[in-house]
Design a protein around this ligand. Structure first.
Ligand code: SF4
Length: 354
């Protein structure tokens, strides 16, 4: 198949047609995985996975209506709301995450967009986490370019803002902001010089063509997102998407592989939904080119069984967490060319789907 042969050269491109993206989903599974792993090895160490920890710094009471999200104030999910956390508490969690091997600390807050007053406190958090030598990431909903610049100056490395799904299917999932709003925030973040973390969710009732279109929207951006989270819907009682037909593991792995082929030099993040996946499915995701995970999403200072399970899985597969030196490599370049990620190399928009 011509499109597979082209994709296998592993060169980042930004001119995918709808037909090409959809054709990749039709490739026989073994051919697809082989191509994705081949491309993966051109840009990354195949046995290295970047490890991030996500902390919800402000939980629930969000005015948006994202149909998958328990943090929306519109759905009765029994979620306990929490105000924006104190800086000291966040830094204590970041320190604990670092001790457990995380190199990136992501702070998620359930906002339509943050107020400048809240942003002042979040900026203190960013400075503090950066001071620990970790990479910093935030997901706070829509931000202006000015807000993005303030965060960049404070030392933010990544901003997460997912497009969630295809432009066509988007209105079935969210009505309180548009697909275009999402793209505008992504542009603001990019203009501020931040790395972009942007992906979507699989298993919301979308068709395969919608998955292809979502990946095409990301791959045809002027610069590929440095990090592409692919989430599997976590069904939560009380949200409109509770009861959706679960996505078949093979289809999920296929989506990871296509993301790897379409954005060959980006970190593809195996995100929400891992707790519902078998170890075999996760292993297939790594084979298909996933090379980033969230580790112990609710990491506390006490032992974290999920993190322990991940460590055991890594040991079984011979996978190493991406070295801290990589963080420094990414920072060293500083020319804005993106070379460290282009060559070396939640969620939710917020905590629910990152
Ligand atoms: S995904 Fe984000 S914006 Fe949407 S309801 Fe949840 S917290 Fe709010």
């Amino acid at each position: 198949m011509q499109v597979l042969a082209q994709a296998r050269d592993g060169q980042p491109r930004h001119d995918w047609t709808p037909e090409q993206a959809r054709a990749l989903f039709e490739v026989p599974f073994n051919d697809l995985i082989f191509a994705a792993q081949t491309v993966h090895r051109k840009h990354f160490d195949a046995n290295e996975v970047q490890v991030s920890t996500l902390l919800s710094i402000k939980t629930g009471a969000c005015p948006e209506d994202c149909a998958y999200c328990p943090q929306s104030a519109r759905y009765d999910t029994g979620l306990e709301k929490e105000k924006l956390m104190d800086v000291d508490l966040v830094l204590a969690q970041a320190r604990a995450a670092k001790e457990k091997g995380a190199t990136r600390f992501c702070m998620g807050a359930a906002y339509r967009s943050p107020t400048d007053k809240h942003l002042d406190r979040i900026i203190e958090m960013i400075r503090g986490v950066r001071g620990l030598g970790m990479e910093t990431c935030a997901t706070l909903g829509m931000v202006t370019q000015e807000q993005a610049e303030r965060m960049a100056e404070a030392g933010l490395d990544y901003y997460n803002h997912n497009i969630d799904t295809s432009e066509e299917f988007y209105g079935d999932i969210i009505t309180t902001r548009s697909f275009q709003d999402r793209l505008e925030t992504l542009d603001n973040v990019r203009q501020a010089g931040l790395n972009v973390c942007c992906g979507g969710i699989i298993g919301m009732g979308e068709e395969t063509g919608h998955r292809a279109d979502m990946l095409r929207s990301l791959a045809n951006l002027d610069t590929h997102p440095e990090s592409v989270p692919i989430n599997q819907l976590v069904q939560v009682k009380g949200t409109p998407l509770d009861g959706e037909e679960p996505v078949h593991p093979v289809e999920f792995v296929r989506t990871i592989a296509v993301a790897r082929l379409m954005m060959p030099a980006s970190h593809v993040r195996l995100s929400a939904g891992r707790t519902d996946m078998s170890e075999e499915t996760q292993a297939l995701c790594f084979l298909a080119g996933a090379n980033s995970i969230f580790y112990g999403e609710k990491l506390l200072t006490t032992d974290n069984p999920e993190a322990d399970r991940d460590r055991a899985l890594f040991a079984r597969l011979g996978i190493r967490p991406e070295a801290v030196e990589r963080v420094e490599e990414r920072r060293d370049c500083g020319s804005g060319c993106g070379c460290a990620t282009e060559t070396a190399g939640n969620e939710t928009d917020h905590a629910a789907s990152a």
